[in-house]
Structures are given as C-alpha cells and as structure tokens.
Ligand binder design. Structure first.
Ligand SMILES: [Zn+2]
Length: 269
C-alpha cells in the first residue's frame, strides 16, 4: 500500500497519502499531519500504562493509525451518502494483554473489536503473526485485518451486531456458530468495501489485493483447524472457511457497496 511502513514515522508514501487526503478534504496538509502525529488518548500500550510505545513499534502503530484514518474517511462518506453520521471507533494498541469491556484480551486472541466499548483492540505482534504464523505478509494483509475489525464496528452502528447477538441466544450451538460465521464474513466484505474506496483513491499498489486475499485464506477456520488440530469441524466454524472469507472480501473489493454484503440472506430484518 502507498501508506506508512516506509521508514520511521510518516515516510514519503505516507506524506503522499496525507496530501491526497488534504486534496479530498480541503484541509491544510500540515493540519492533517498534526492530526495523525501524536498518539490519540485512546491509543496506549499495555493496560492503563503511559503512552510510550516501544520504538520498534512506532512504524507499525503509525501504519495502524493511517489505515484507521482512511477507514474513517471511507465509512464517513458511505454513511453520509445514506444520510447518516459515522461515529469513529476508538483504537487501543497494546502489547501482551489488555482489559476490555468484553473481557480479557491477549496477543493469543489476535485483533478484536469490542461492541460494548466500541473499541478496536490491536496487539502489534499481529503484524509479526501474519507473516510467521499465517504466512500472509504484506502491508495490505495487515490493513485488511484492521479493516475487518472496523467492519465489526460498522455492523454495530447499523444494528446488525445487536440483532445477531439476540438471535444467537435463541438457537442451537451449531446455528449460533453459523450466525457468527455470517457476521464474520460480512465484516470481511465490509473490509473489502473499504479496500474498494482505498483503491479508487489510488492508495493500493500492485499485489495488494493478492496480499489481502492470501491473508483471508490464511485465517479461514478450516485452514486454522487443519493446522492446529489436524482435522476440520465445519459446525464449530466461527469465522468461515478460507474460500468463504476470500469470496466475501473479493465481493466487497469488487463492488464497494454494503448492499452486496448481505451474508444473512434475509435472516435479519
Ligand atoms: Zn471478526
């Protein structure tokens, strides 16, 4: 991607993004630079610790912030087009473990979104995990993971997450898992919708889409189960198979339209 990840702080590509953003928003690029410069209050490392990110993580936390900023731009426009206002999620960067309104989170859990506090929780080790554990390197792979969590935030704003949570309480464990899969696949599709908007702003580079699709395939339940337990139990899927995740991410990327992301096929109303 043409953002972050190059050199410490905001690299040349990051600067280009800021200039591009300023052209779109009509804001002075220097103002935008200041906006993405310091750590927001909600971004901290560790639970309640001081806002001092390890130097090695600076580049990655900057990347996360720039991607998050671009998701806000995309979703802000989509919501505005529907006559609604997009409320941005907060970001919590942590290392090791963190306490959230949804319970205890750790690097082992991976990135997650907590609907109760509307925060995206990211342990920066996930960049490393994507490469070493899942064999899915690349900045767009990481951006897809971030955009997926933001997708959950969008589902909450649209009331979809709440409907699914209520429905899950009334059905069998297998059906509850199936609903969870639909919710996750929709978050993948929403990540693709963001990717579509980023591509239209010329923020994507050759190979980015392939990076994202490789990541989606790598974190499919069947692939993970085969690797961790040696066999696959579709009833226990919570995120969808590799093929499903790739398909829905692709659909979002292709159409850039949330109306094309109805993984519930009329189950919700
Ligand atoms: Zn998810």
């Amino acid at each position: 991607m043409r953002i972050g990840m190059a050199g410490a702080g905001i690299g040349g590509a990051g600067l280009l993004l800021i200039i591009a953003l300023s052209l779109l928003t009509g804001e002075n690029p220097l103002d935008l630079l200041q906006q993405v410069g310091p750590l927001p209050d909600s971004a901290h490392v560790g639970s309640g610790g001081p806002a001092t990110a390890p130097a090695a993580a600076d580049e990655e936390s900057e990347f996360v912030r720039v991607v998050l900023g671009d998701t806000e731009d995309a979703w802000g426009r989509i919501f505005a087009a529907a006559g609604r206002q997009y409320a941005e999620p907060s970001l919590v960067l942590y290392s090791g473990a963190v306490e959230s309104a949804c319970g205890f989170g750790s690097a082992a859990v991976g990135p997650f979104y907590c609907p109760s506090d509307a925060k995206v929780y990211l342990d920066l080790s996930f960049f490393q995990d994507l490469t070493s554990r899942f064999g899915a390197p690349g900045d767009f792979a990481a951006a897809y993971v971030i955009a997926h969590e933001v997708g959950h935030h969008v589902q909450r704003l649209l009331g979809l997450e709440g409907q699914v949570a209520r429905l899950r309480q009334r059905v069998s464990a297998a059906d509850a898992n199936a609903l969870s899969v639909r919710l996750e696949l929709q978050a993948d599709c929403f990540a693709g919708v963001w990717g579509h908007h980023a591509a239209r702003k010329d923020l994507l580079e050759q190979g980015d889409v392939e990076e994202g699709l490789r990541a989606a395939a790598a974190i499919g339940d069947d692939r993970i189960q085969r690797r961790t337990q040696g066999y696959v139990v579709p009833d226990s899927f919570t995120h969808g198979s590799s093929a499903q995740r790739v398909e829905w991410l692709k659909r979002g990327l292709q159409f850039g339209d949330i109306a094309r992301c109805d993984t519930f096929e009329g189950l919700l109303r």
